[in-house]
Design a protein around this ligand. Structure first.
Ligand code: KG4
Ligand code: ZN
Length: 343
């Protein structure tokens, strides 16, 4: 990425159900440690905020030590720290935020607060430690599709984001998760739906393509309702046997793919984007990746490797490095932001 900051940054993340720490320098990921809480929340069918906070507390210093150890660094060799300030679950965010404040104070290092959703968008421009990070061409059209957000940004530089579109109800990942829960596939459901959809017919059930061709906002709650209607009326409230379940998963996924790919390519066209990025947990989905690549044709598309689509500390360190370089500092009194103010 242009003018990559030449500093060693520790990134910390605890906004939802992953406790993560990583060390990044010049866009290169020197270490990345992620402790997932999926096993803890699975039995409840979704993230339980109190359980998440407690698990983050137990893990935060361990993942940090491990990230430093894997990078072969001592904490006083760091140039600065970056932590997710929001958006996310407040009790969860507070764990890494307070830990980072304490560490920055004790080590006398600068600290910045990072927007988790924007950090997802730039995750495509990191590289493993012995590779050169790819460089975006601006203006960059970015779609972040995660469990909590579906945001379309125009990006004109690492710190120049303009929000052009977002979901009006459920996020794309939330629609995957709610559909999976209804079909008895467990939590989180995105990957389970993708697996099931592989053997299904995407045209077996007719789903609408909500808000496609109508501006840059999204709406996914209607698709979830359509799944519910089919489930109740066609399958009498019981997960079907035989090919009907994969067919339903494939038809639902195809609708999400068409909407994401159609909106992102129309947006890229509208802002004359010189390159495009797709990121966030749902961007790990191979069908979504393929649909977006097809819709964009020859426009350059950047996709983080699946492991960096999901929550991680490296993306926080990566964006945080630019913020630190620009002279930003997080005041000790700064609060966790459950919602990040628009633009
Ligand atoms: O970015 P992320 O790890 O956390 C948030 O910031 O929300 O995204 C998690 C979301 C979940 O909703 C999960 O079901 C979805 O990403 N997801 C997927 C896949 N892998 C994760 N959705 C569809 N297909 C996948 N393979
Ligand atoms: Zn995320």
């Amino acid at each position: 990425m242009n003018n990559l900051p030449d500093n060693l940054i520790l990134g910390l993340e605890s906004s939802c159900d992953e406790t993560a720490a990583a060390v990044v320098s010049r866009g290169r990921v020197l270490s990345s440690v992620i402790r997932s809480q999926i096993d803890l929340h699975g039995p409840y069918g979704g993230v339980v905020p109190e359980v998440a906070s407690r698990a983050h507390l137990e893990a935060i210093s361990l993942v940090t030590e491990e990230a430093l150890c894997q990078a072969g660094l001592k904490k006083n060799q760091l140039d600065g720290l970056a932590v997710t300030q929001g958006p996310g679950l407040v009790g969860a965010l507070l764990v890494a935020l307070n830990f980072a404040k304490g560490a920055a104070l004790a080590l006398d290092k600068p600290l910045v607060g990072v927007n988790h959703v924007k950090a997802h968008a730039l995750a495509a421009f990191m590289a493993p430690k012995d590779e050169t990070p790819p460089e975006p061409l601006y203006p960059l059209a970015a779609l972040v599709v995660s469990g909590g957000h579906t945001n379309l940004y125009r990006i004109d530089g690492p710190l120049e984001f303009t929000l052009w579109g977002r979901t009006r109800d459920d996020a794309a990942g939330e629609a995957f998760d709610k559909t999976a829960k209804l079909l008895g596939l467990g939590y989180p459901g995105g990957r389970a739906i993708e697996e099931l959809a592989r053997s299904g017919d995407p045209e077996a059930f007719k789903f609408s393509r909500p808000m496609l061709g109508q501006g840059f906002d999204f709406s996914f709650s209607g698709l979830k309702t359509q799944v519910l209607n089919i489930f109740q009326k066609v399958f009498a409230g019981r997960p079907p046997e035989g090919p009907a379940l994969p067919d339903l998963a494939a038809s639902f996924q195809a609708a999400v793919c068409d909407v994401l790919a159609g909106k992102l390519s129309a947006f890229a066209e509208a802002i004359c984007a010189r390159s495009v990025v797709l990121s966030g947990g749902v961007a790990a989905n191979q069908a979504v990746r393929k649909a977006v690549a097809q819709a964009l044709g020859s426009r350059p598309l950047f996709l983080p490797p699946p492991a960096w689509c999901a929550d991680n500390g490296a993306m926080i360190a990566h964006l945080g490095a630019y913020q630190l370089n620009a002279g930003e500092r997080l005041p000790l009194a700064a609060e966790a932001l459950a919602r990040w103010p628009l633009n």
